[in-house]
Write a protein that binds this ligand. Structure first.
Ligand SMILES: [Zn+2]
Length: 215
């Protein structure tokens, strides 16, 4: 992965400013990742699994993003799980040799999934990899929180609806491409671009919102 990333960095550096990327965003291609859950309208660009590093991913999230998110005192999105129980699986390799770019939290099927903070439901989406998913915008529409592999939504969850921190949005499951034997919540954070597209953004490692990286 490092070699691939380094190659992509070099390719990006040598691309003249203003030239559009020649590949669709990796987020449109990654199995078990947010962006495969793209809307039908975005299917025009065929995806190649061998070429998956968009420029957006070469820009690390600012330390200030992490600081801002930490200040908010996020709830852990799976009921009954503590920060000490989280495992950092952000960089784990997934199908196609791409990084996971999310946090998997294992829990029994049916465990309540709660909103990490207040905000608005941007999209309820059913995708092949993510299964039953929910995209939440934070109150300033700067970040998206993505909850995937749900068993189902909680009562009263509708697109555009407001969420409060800790509100139950759904239940842990294995919908999409998760193993039925290993129900879990796939949780991702994206910093939205100027267009505020709910399916697209720069990923931020959720683990680091609750825990420090291992030395
Ligand atoms: Zn995952």
């Amino acid at each position: 992965m490092l070699a691939i990333a380094a190659g992509a960095v070099i390719a990006a550096l040598y691309r003249p400013a203003g030239t559009p990327p020649t590949t669709p965003p990796a987020s449109l291609q990654v199995a078990e990742s947010v962006a495969l859950a793209r809307p039908p309208a975005a299917t025009a660009q065929p995806a190649s699994l061998s070429d998956t590093t968009p420029v957006a991913r070469l820009i690390p999230p600012l330390a200030s993003d992490l600081a801002r998110l930490r200040e908010r005192g996020f709830a852990i999105p799976v009921s009954g799980v503590s920060a000490a129980q989280l495992n950092d699986n952000y960089l784990q390799e997934r199908a196609g040799g791409v990084a996971h770019e999310a946090l998997d939290i294992m829990a029994p099927r049916g465990t309540p999934v709660v909103a990490v903070e207040e905000g608005r439901i941007a999209k309820l989406f059913l995708s092949k990899p993510g299964g039953i998913t929910l995209y939440q915008f934070d109150p300033s529409s700067t970040y998206t929180y993505y909850y995937a592999h749900l068993d189902g939504y909680a009562d009263g969850i509708v697109e555009g609806g407001k969420l409060s921190k800790g509100q139950v949005i759904g239940y842990v499951g294995s919908s999409g491409n998760a193993s039925p034997d290993a129900p879990h919540l796939h949780f991702a954070i994206f910093k939205l671009g100027a267009e505020k597209q709910w399916w697209r953004g720069t990923p931020i490692n959720p683990f680091l919102v609750w825990r420090d990286a291992r030395p």
